[in-house]
Design a protein around this ligand. Structure first.
Ligand SMILES: Nc1ncnc2c1ncn2[C@@H]1O[C@H](COP(=O)(O)OP(=O)(O)OP(=O)(O)O)[C@@H](O)[C@H]1O
Ligand SMILES: [Mg+2]
Length: 334
């Protein structure tokens, strides 16, 4: 049996915008095993959400276009499926939680109906059965007095409660893969912690895989087994969570860790915060060598002349950086 539930290979997604072609995702590849949680991290605009939306077939076209690649899910290439087949997989086998619940919750429908709907559509339950199961789920995600709130509208709930409804909606059909795109960024810290532990609990109960997209390396340390770091549409480093926090290789990953006010995986508090210098290059710009070279404190001629590939650093640890081939140029104190 193939334990790679999701395997993305060489995915490229372009947006045709007035300034030119934005290469939002430029050759991304990673996999997710059954039951595994991976954290997808990187600065704003590096292509995390576009990668996630590609999995679900939700790239707006135009202006977006999937140029190449494969997204293998449970043995089939999602990019080969027609709209109808993909719609069947969405919600039933793969579901997604968005950062802002109001983008997914329908403001004019009661929450009970919204949680019950996927059960009627995907599992063929009748109305009464679906509403009963919806109430169970709202209970399960700890909505107080759930049965009485089935007729509440989203605006009658707090942000944290709305996010719980989203979790219930995403999980009712028992998907194999849950994609959570910044699921807690809009919430305050205490509620964040509650929502995250709820997600972990349900994920374990349902034996799901989780693709967790976040800016917050603290959340990654708490939840993920492996981490994929993206920069300007590419995967620049991939490793187990301990390696990422204790032995990051790519200067970008090291920069991210230094710029985050979070406790590392090892429990060490990051003391002085240091922003990564410069900004992400425009995605319309053709870059010959490494996309990070302009911001990199270690870059040398080769970095500007040739694009690095993902080099093996250790078992399960890869980094897209020429320093692997030229270790004498690496200065750890930068
Ligand atoms: N609908 C769109 N039209 C045009 N360009 C888009 C569109 N959606 C995304 N892009 C481009 O793709 C890039 C990557 O966007 P994406 O939303 O994946 O970033 P992200 O990594 O999720 O960032 P954030 O952390 O801010 O959510 C954007 O910088 C933008 O240039
Ligand atoms: Mg995003």
């Amino acid at each position: 049996m193939n334990d790679k539930l999701l395997e993305i290979e060489d995915l490229a997604v372009h947006f045709h915008i007035p300034e030119g072609i934005a290469r939002a995702v430029d050759g991304v590849g990673f996999h997710l095993a059954a039951g595994e949680t991976i954290g997808l991290v990187g600065e704003s605009g590096c292509g995390k959400s576009v990668t996630a939306l590609s999995i679900l077939g939700l790239i707006p076209s135009p202006p977006g276009k999937i140029k190449s690649g494969k997204i293998m899910f449970d043995g089939q290439n999602l990019l080969d499926l027609d709209r109808e087949s993909l719609r069947k997989i969405r919600g039933r086998q793969i579901s997604m939680i968005f950062q802002e619940p109001m983008t997914s919750l329908n403001p004019v429908l009661p929450i009970g109906r919204q949680v019950a709907e996927p059960l009627m559509v995907h599992q063929g339950l009748n109305r009464a059965e679906a509403f009963e199961k919806a109430a169970d789920w709202l209970n399960h995600v700890k909505i107080p007095a759930a049965a009485k709130r089935l007729n509440d509208y989203p605006h009658q709930l707090s942000g944290g409660m709305r996010q719980r409804v989203m979790i219930a909606m995403a999980m009712v059909c028992g998907p194999k893969l849950l994609i959570a795109d910044e699921p807690t960024t809009a919430l305050d810290v205490t509620i964040q912690a509650q929502i995250l532990s709820l997600m972990v609990k349900l994920k374990d109960e349902l034996e799901m895989s989780l693709l967790l997209i976040t800016h917050d390396l603290g959340v990654v340390a708490q939840m993920a087994a492996r981490v994929v770091v993206m920069y300007a549409g590419q995967v620049v480093e991939e490793a187990g969570v301990t390696d990422i926090f204790d032995r990051p290789f790519h200067p970008y990953t090291r920069g991210l860790l230094k710029s985050m006010p979070r406790t590392g995986h090892s429990g060490k508090r990051v003391k002085r915060l240091k922003a990564i210098q410069g900004t992400v290059p425009p995605l319309t710009q053709m870059i010959v060598g490494c996309k990070f070279a302009d911001r990199c404190p270690h870059s040398f001629e080769l970095c500007r002349e040739n694009p690095p590939t993902l080099f093996r650093i250790a078992d399960g640890h890869r980094a897209r950086c020429w320093l692997k081939e030229h270790p004498e140029r690496r200065r750890d104190n930068v």
